[in-house]
Design a protein around this ligand. Sequence first.
Ligand code: ADP
Ligand code: MG
Length: 240
Amino acid sequence: MIQISNVGKHYGAFQVLKNCTTTINKGEVVVVCGPSGSGKSTLIKCVNGLEPFQSGDIVVNGTSVGAAGTNLSKLRAHVGMVFQHFELFPHMSITDNLSLAQVKVLGRSEDEARDKGLKLLERVGLKAHAHKFPGQLSGGQQQRVAIARALAMDPICMLFDEPTSALDPEMVNEVLDVMTELAQEGMTMMCVTHEMGFAKRVANRVIFMDQGSIIEDDQKEAFFSNPQSERARQFLAKIL
Ligand code: ADP
Ligand code: MG
């Protein structure tokens, strides 16, 4: 589903991604972790073309992200992305947040988009809040809306960039529960997160990044029981 091959990226003289290579198969859940500044957000943004890269390529479901002439808007319409800070439209109701891209990008009718949105809100336990505005919801509720909004586009895979790290602790689990359900339904997921409980329960593989490189790319059992690199060992010792 997602094939990342020798991806390199610079900001001026600073190399933010170095020769990153990995493959995420259909239905796999891969957790990406590593210290702050190691390039996790940059890598995940490269996958749906939000960040350009200078070398290598990424192929998502057969579409080359790096090739000239690829319609990145079309690709992004089918790759769901959930950010740390929700990024809901603050001036629009939850219903309208869920409908907008369905209507504008996929060409669905308002009715169809609203119905689909309501179904997804029900699924994340927020149907009663459809008429509210984002500011009237808690952080955990807003993030569940953001996930529902991404799902409304019938994504072929989902990218998460630290979806719970801006939340109060008591709200983390309600978001992880929604992500866990998605994984169990077979969604292909690439999740930047430091929630190692989630990784242990839900992930198939764990990627560890440091200084722009993928240092480890292991089955989760191997990552947690016997990380190969000293850097991953130190990282795990700090966060577990
Ligand atoms: P992570 O998500 O792992 O914390 P990022 O991908 O956000 O890391 O950033 C990786 C590195 O790239 C950091 O050192 C960061 O300072 C740098 N960086 C990120 N965005 C830019 C930018 N627009 N210009 C220059 N450097 C950047
Ligand atoms: Mg980041």
